[in-house]
Design a protein around this ligand. Structure first.
Ligand SMILES: C[S@@+](CC[C@H](N)C(=O)[O-])C[C@H]1O[C@@H](n2cnc3c(N)ncnc32)[C@H](O)[C@@H]1O
Length: 484
């Protein structure tokens, strides 16, 4: 299928609404002030007229090591392949169950040949988007070393570990919330609490659930969409979540508007205006994200020759088109039809590509084994009689953390610097998917808060290549000084 053949009738039909949705919204200032207030990070301000567009600025002084921002996920998802290794809450990404269940489940799935992970660092950072057709798994935060030989365990032992028949020493000190099932009956999504289950249902999952209570128009199509995303690029799952989020907000806002004539939504004339006004309002959080069409902003992979660039980009466009057709069959909503245009889908995926932050949550299993290793000699010797076979069976994968991608609305406004003054970093108390930004050095009131999207302690040329994935040429003081 050639580039020019990929036309989506919705793009033609809703061209005006699509342009309105993609226009930079105004006023942005008010939106970000509200967001800063909601995050209770009053020491920050988003300015929209900086050197590189939006940027985050300090409104007060921050000393080194101080928390600058704790940003919540707007839309996020655990990588499909990581689901084998880490059982986490589908909404907040906190580990759930128990240490025994985490290890037992990992071994059980490992025996089925499903595990394919690497070790992780405990920071959360921008990812190195170097994989396209195969998803964003195993991005910049993981590193692998020589794998240790695993010593398998009997099935009965693994089952016993999973169903509570075996209790590991000291595991109680690493207690995890018990899992709550999805009320839609999919059996796929699990949560750390009723609160997260309900919040996910209301924000995304009621549309994307594959269970009996799903609001999806065709569960079979939904399964096909998910399968296609898992086989190609799980960034499509994020895009589907962004669309579901917007549709569900639309329904809620429309209902409250119709029930309440004093609604905050200002109406123009006619029904079409009502739909557009509501759509623009609920789309606002997405509209604030920096975005371009996905197939145009993806950096050309090293193994693709420049003379094949056009064909590479048209393949990506085709891939997005195929994914969109599957999604449309599964969850199309007539009132929100413009969201299913290729132009909007391409921009949503592009937004995730350009703003995608690694979602990282440290593994309690890793902390558990480190704790055992740190015990005084006699206690360690005693504990290891029980724990050693499990550690040997899990091998190096004992430390695999929860990994995914997420859009953090405030962190996404932070510009890059190769000499950043802040860093995304998980502290001991950060047990869920939220982003934590810490000052790397003193930041004074009025300074721009910058983070590094890449590993910055490499040469100018390497940084330039890494930043090409983000579609820009860095003009931070270090690059200006070092550029030839
Ligand atoms: C995640 S966004 C950051 C917020 C963005 N400034 C905005 O207006 O939404 C990343 C984009 O900001 C710009 N940018 C960030 N850091 C930069 C830098 N050091 N040099 C040049 N452009 C930068 C680039 O356009 C980049 O694609």
């Amino acid at each position: 299928m050639g580039d020019d053949v990929i036309t989506c009738s919705l793009d033609l039909e809703h061209s005006e609404t699509i342009s309105a949705l993609l226009k930079p919204p105004s006023p942005q200032q008010e939106y970000f002030s509200e967001l800063v207030k909601a995050r209770q990070c009053r020491g920050l301000e988003v300015k929209t007229d900086g050197e590189y567009g939006k940027g985050v600025y300090a409104n007060s002084d921050f000393s080194e090591g101080k928390l600058v921002l704790k940003d919540q996920i707007l839309v996020g998802a655990q990588h499909s392949s990581n689901k084998v290794d880490c059982l986490v809450c589908s909404y907040c990404f906190r580990f759930i169950g128990s240490i025994e269940l985490q290890i037992g489940r990992k071994l059980y799935l490992q025996n089925l040949g499903l595990s394919a992970s690497m070790k992780c660092e405990s920071s959360s950072s921008y990812e190195e988007n170097d994989s396209l057709m195969t998803g964003n798994d195993n991005g910049g935060s993981c590193s692998s070393s020589e794998p240790k030989e695993k010593v398998p365990l009997h099935e009965e032992v693994i089952e016993s570990l999973m169903n509570g028949g075996i209790v590991l020493p000291y595991a109680k000190q690493f207690s995890l919330p018990s899992s709550v099932q999805c009320s839609g009956g999919c059996g796929e999504a699990l949560y750390c609490s009723k609160f997260c289950a309900e919040a996910d249902w209301e924000s995304f999952h009621s549309i994307l659930c594959t269970g009996e209570r799903s609001k999806s128009s065709c569960r079979e199509a939904l399964l096909k969409f998910i399968e296609h995303a898992n086989d190609t690029n799980d960034i499509f799952i994020l895009a589907a979540k962004a669309i579901s989020f917007t549709i569900l907000r639309y329904k809620k806002l429309k209902e409250s508007h119709l029930n309440n004539r004093n609604s905050s939504v200002e109406l123009k004339n006619g029904t079409e205006s009502l739909t557009l006004t509501l759509l623009l309002e609920v789309w606002k959080p997405m509209s604030m994200g920096y975005k371009k069409r996905w197939w145009e902003c993806v950096a050309l992979p090293k193994d693709v020759d420049c003379c094949h660039e056009a064909s590479f980009r048209s393949q990506l466009k085709e891939l997005a088109f195929t994914s969109l057709q599957l999604l449309k069959k599964a969850i199309f909503d007539k009132e929100c039809a413009p969201l299913f245009s290729l132009e909007i889908y391409g921009h949503i995926i592009g937004m995730f590509e350009l703003n995608n932050l690694d979602l990282v949550v440290e593994s309690p299993v890793e902390n558990y084994f480190l704790y055992i290793d740190d015990l005084p000699y006699s206690e360690k010797e005693e504990a290891e009689k029980t724990t050693r076979p499990f550690l040997d069976a899990v091998g190096d994968e004992y430390s695999v953390c929860c990994e995914g991608s997420a859009f953090f609305p405030l962190q996404a406004c932070m510009n890059h610097s190769c000499v950043p003054n802040a860093k995304a970093f998980k502290r001991d108390e950060d047990r869920d998917g939220q982003a934590t930004i810490i000052a790397l050095r003193p930041i004074s009131k009025g300074d721009e808060v910058t983070i590094s999207y890449i590993k910055e302690d490499v040469s100018f040329e390497e940084r330039k290549a890494l930043l090409a994935d983000y579609g820009f040429k860095c003009i931070c003081p270090k690059c200006l000084l070092e550029q030839p």
